[in-house]
Design a binder for this molecule. Structure first.
Ligand SMILES: Nc1ncnc2c1ncn2[C@@H]1O[C@H](COP(=O)(O)OP(=O)(O)OP(=O)(O)O)[C@@H](O)[C@H]1O
Length: 205
């Protein structure tokens, strides 16, 4: 593990609040209605759960970021700050092994010939090796995986995937590095990952 040089991140809450306000004023009617309802719920005593629904590009992420900045500006969102060097002793190997942050391959990767995997990072975009590319395992070595493209322009072509250092420093309060093949098994994919893929057959669960 590499600890970030600056363990304590100083947040400028006034700046965050100002960002929230600047994106609040251009909100359209529906966005404003949702933001106001969620903000009002903070005054209530009971927990509430909100679902924001709308077509692609209708401004859900914009609304979410506005809300986040307003609430963060009011210091209503928890933050994890690691400012004590002693904290490191709590990060046992077992704990680190158990972590699989989004986009990070698992500590123990169980594969077999013929298994379908999805690539977790952009290795070589011009040659079709991007985050989300689906491959079929053909051979397994200590340092490389021999794979075939499952779909796309290079369907059926052979490619070698190297073992790489995979880093995660955004989702965790510390920086983690794992040396592993940047793939994970993909018996199925989420609807988000499937966007933009041209598949001739599809099974929906
Ligand atoms: N009220 C607004 N004022 C100015 N720009 C906006 C507003 N709402 C949304 N946008 C802009 O419209 C674009 C699409 O919005 P956004 O990404 O939030 O949509 P979305 O509903 O989350 O889309 P998707 O479901 O495809 O992820 C973004 O560039 C965003 O900055």
């Amino acid at each position: 593990i590499e600890r970030p040089a600056e363990a304590r991140i100083e947040l400028d809450y006034e700046d965050i609040s100002a960002q929230g306000e600047s994106t609040y004023s251009p909100l359209n009617y529906g966005q404003k209605h949702a933001v106001d309802a969620i903000l009002a719920s903070f005054a209530g005593a009971s927990d509430r759960l909100f679902f924001i629904d709308g077509p692609g590009g209708s401004g859900k992420a914009y609304l979410y970021n506005t809300l986040y900045n307003i609430l963060d500006g009011r210091r209503l969102i928890d933050e994890i700050v690691q400012d004590n060097q002693e904290d490191e002793i709590h990060l046992t190997t077992e704990y680190l092994i158990s972590l699989t942050p989004f986009g990070m391959p698992p500590h123990e990767l169980y594969l077999k010939d013929g298994a379908i995997v999805t690539l977790l990072r952009n290795l070589d975009i011009t040659n079709g090796l991007c985050n989300g590319t689906r491959l079929r395992i053909q051979s397994m070595g200590q340092f490389t995986l021999g794979c075939g493209f499952v779909s796309g322009l290079r369907k059926g072509e052979f490619v070698l995937i190297p073992r790489t250092d995979n880093c995660c420093d955004t989702k965790l309060p510390f920086r983690m590095r794992r040396r592993q093949f940047p793939v994970q098994l993909a018996f199925a994919i989420t609807i988000n990952k499937s966007q933009g893929q041209a598949s001739s057959k599809l099974g929906l669960h």
